[in-house]
Design a binder for this molecule. Structure first.
Ligand SMILES: NC(=O)c1ccc[n+]([C@@H]2O[C@H](COP(=O)([O-])OP(=O)(O)OC[C@H]3O[C@@H](n4cnc5c(N)ncnc54)[C@H](O)[C@@H]3O)[C@@H](O)[C@H]2O)c1
Length: 277
């Protein structure tokens, strides 16, 4: 019960990583406010929670919505934890084809939303004087190419640096700011980006595990609970001396080139061995 008596905000809490984190924080004692545009799933989660989870329809691209969400939690007793997590795949064009409008929309959804989440929570947390924890969802796409489209990856890289800047700005108030970098996690983000729905969605989500097994060292798909566990750690007193950093939860995906973990993958040396006799 690391969060007994605490209040937490989770954006994007109606699905996937946010949903798993909302449930985990609630399970460990927190009262949780979900902000999401998905009204049916967000409300269903709240309805099933015995009043421990609340749903506030929130579009994180609208600053007024973010401000209202933070104010609602402040009015209920004060914000202890903020998980800025809502997101989607964003524009998929490469840099030689993307429009300025699509670029802006993606940055607003994935980066400005996090900045404004911090912007509108922090003054309330500072005024309350009890410190707190802010966690932002970045991605392994913030660290290297090949994981996601350009606009998404740049926004997530921005989330990482925003995390360090905000950690410095808020440190004097004992508000810790950290990020989590998920690898490939089985959620609806991929099928939503590709417009896959209905029965095909389950089959497509099943495919993620198969792709993960071939692409990353640990041979299973990541689950939303894998990320929720890291977020709960960063949000808890266990991490009371941790700020301005990020935790990578990716089954080893970012370890390095494939031959560093796959004994069957060729290396430059193994390829040239035939000439060395
Ligand atoms: N699944 C992965 O492999 C993965 C990897 C790295 C990072 N992420 C990040 O994790 C976060 C959560 O994604 P997920 O994988 O759980 O996907 P998901 O689609 O299951 O959940 C995303 C949630 O965000 C909500 N959302 C989308 N736009 C919103 C908006 N404008 N305002 C409010 N809510 C909005 C959706 O309704 C949904 O409930 C995202 O920031 C995503 O970029 C996911």
């Amino acid at each position: 019960m690391r969060f007994a008596g605490k209040r937490a905000v989770v954006t994007g809490g109606a699905s996937g990583i946010g949903r798993a984190t909302a449930l985990r924080l609630e399970h460990e004692g927190a009262e949780v406010w979900i902000g999401d545009i998905d009204v049916p799933n967000g409300q269903a989660l709240a309805d099933a929670s015995n009043g421990r989870i609340h749903f506030v329809r929130t579009d994180v691209m609208q600053v007024a919505d973010i401000a209202a969400l933070m104010q609602a939690v402040d009015a209920a007793g004060g914000i202890d934890v903020v998980f800025n997590n809502a997101g989607a795949g964003g524009a998929r064009e490469k840099i030689d084809a993307i429009s300025a409008e699509d670029w802006d929309r993606t940055q607003n959804l994935l980066l400005r939303s996090v900045a404004m989440g911090i912007r509108y929570a922090a003054p309330l947390m500072i005024a309350r004087g009890k410190g707190g924890a802010i966690i932002n969802t970045a991605s392994i796409a913030a660290l290297q190419t090949g994981a996601a489209p350009t606009a998404y990856s740049v926004a997530k890289a921005g989330v990482l640096h925003l995390t360090t800047m905000a950690a410095a700005d808020l440190s004097q108030h004992n508000i810790r700011v950290n990020a989590v970098c998920p690898g490939f996690i089985t959620t609806n983000i991929f099928t939503s980006a590709l417009g896959i729905s209905g029965d095909k969605r389950d089959a497509a989500n099943g495919m993620i595990g198969q792709v993960a097994a071939q692409a990353q060292p640990l041979q299973r798909a990541g689950a939303p609970d894998d990320i929720a566990a890291a977020v709960a750690y960063l949000a808890s007193a266990d991490a009371s001396f941790v700020t301005g950093t990020h935790i990578v939860v990716d089954g080893g995906m970012t370890i390095g080139p494939r031959h560093s973990w796959d004994p069957n993958a060729p290396t430059m040396f193994s390829a040239l061995e035939v000439f060395a006799q």
